[in-house]
Design a binder for this molecule. Structure first.
Ligand code: ATP
Length: 324
């Protein structure tokens, strides 16, 4: 391997820059050239390549987002699109790839690598923490801390006004952020896509809280909860339960931004370093992840096929006991 291409793809996540930095500096240390591919697979198709030296990744470890930018690229979903991308890589002399992103990014990387025989290692980068083969993904810890900060602030106003707040957090298919941040923020109830919590059950919980003189409450709702989102849940609860003044806050994209936590910076550095070392060792079509605080490789196909990521059962069980 002489020249490694690095790209970020799918949704941005805090820690991606720290990972790019680690890939560039490890590559250079091992005597390789490193090229940044802008806007994920779109940049591969459109030849948006930029040479990276050690200096080009100065002062980025603390930055959220991604200096290489990210994009969704439909052309890459077709064989012709990937062929065009591969030809561009070849012209540029790029003979190996590190792709940072979610399971869509992994699927594209796996196909490209298999069809055109180019080594690829993927790094799990998504705030959702929903990838098989890694206990944590880049950006998850930072997103949780952002949500907790918001919960704490909302709790101040909830308590002052005797209000019930429904806070919607990211997670269309995965309740990871809702469960983790809801637990850390001491939420009175947590609604997850993975668990059917009916409105009646929720109202019962809130009534119990009101009966024990709780003057305010916070309910965390993952955006993929089966009851239909925070506004809808608030409306249903309002119809049957008038004890509190009810408010809704949707945290939205602010959960994606911000300076990565120390955990995400170190995780990103470890996985970026490990990705380049794996390429150097002749590995391909693998994801580098962290399991039990050890860097582990997982087959990309295995990771993609196990996308029904399971929430930690002990956390789920505990959260039903520690909430009201
Ligand atoms: P996030 O979890 O943040 O959404 P992701 O990597 O899953 O991240 P996607 O938009 O699903 O985000 O995928 C990123 C890109 O990967 C797509 O825009 C597309 O270019 C490529 N990709 C996704 N699925 C496929 C596929 N089945 N075949 C080829 N390429 C794909």
């Amino acid at each position: 391997i002489k020249k490694i291409g690095v790209l970020t793809s799918g949704g941005d996540a805090p820690g991606m820059n720290a990972c790019i930095r680690a890939v560039v500096r490890t590559g250079i240390y091992l005597g390789k050239e490193v090229v940044g591919i802008k806007q994920g697979y779109q940049g591969m198709v459109d030849r948006k390549f930029v040479n990276m030296d050690s200096h080009s990744v100065c002062n980025i470890i603390q930055l959220g987002g991604t200096i290489l930018k990210t994009a969704r690229c439909d052309e890459f979903r077709t064989y012709e699109g990937r062929q065009k991308a591969y030809k561009n890589l070849k012209k540029e002399g790029i003979d190996a790839l590190v792709a940072i992103g979610g399971d869509g990014t992994f699927t594209g990387a796996e196909l490209l690598s298999r069809e055109f025989d180019i080594p690829v290692i993927c790094v799990p980068g998504t705030i959702d923490n929903d990838l098989y083969g890694s206990d944590f993904t880049l950006g998850y810890d930072t997103a949780n801390n952002t949500v907790i900060e918001a919960i704490d602030k909302i709790r101040d106003t909830a308590a002052s006004h005797d209000r019930l707040f429904f806070i919607e957090v990211m997670g269309r298919d995965s309740g990871c952020i809702a469960l983790w941040a809801g637990t850390a923020g001491g939420a009175e109830a947590i609604l997850l896509p993975e668990k059917d919590t009916g409105i009646e059950d929720l109202i019962q919980k809130l009534e119990k809280g009101a009966d024990s003189n709780k003057s305010s409450s916070i309910v965390i709702i993952a955006e993929g909860d089966k009851n239909g989102g925070a506004y809808h849940v608030a409306k249903l609860v309002k119809e049957k339960f008038q004890f509190y003044d009810i408010k809704v806050t949707i945290l939205g994209h602010l959960q994606r931004g911000g300076s990565p936590t120390s955990f995400d910076r170190v995780l990103a550095s470890r996985l970026g370093y490990a990705a380049v070392k794996a390429l150097e060792a002749g590995e391909t079509r693998k994801m580098v992840g962290i399991r039990g605080n050890r860097v582990k490789l997982t087959d990309l196909v295995e990771s993609i096929n196990n996308n029904s990521f399971k929430l930690e059962e002990d956390l789920m069980e505990m959260s039903t006991i520690l909430t009201i």
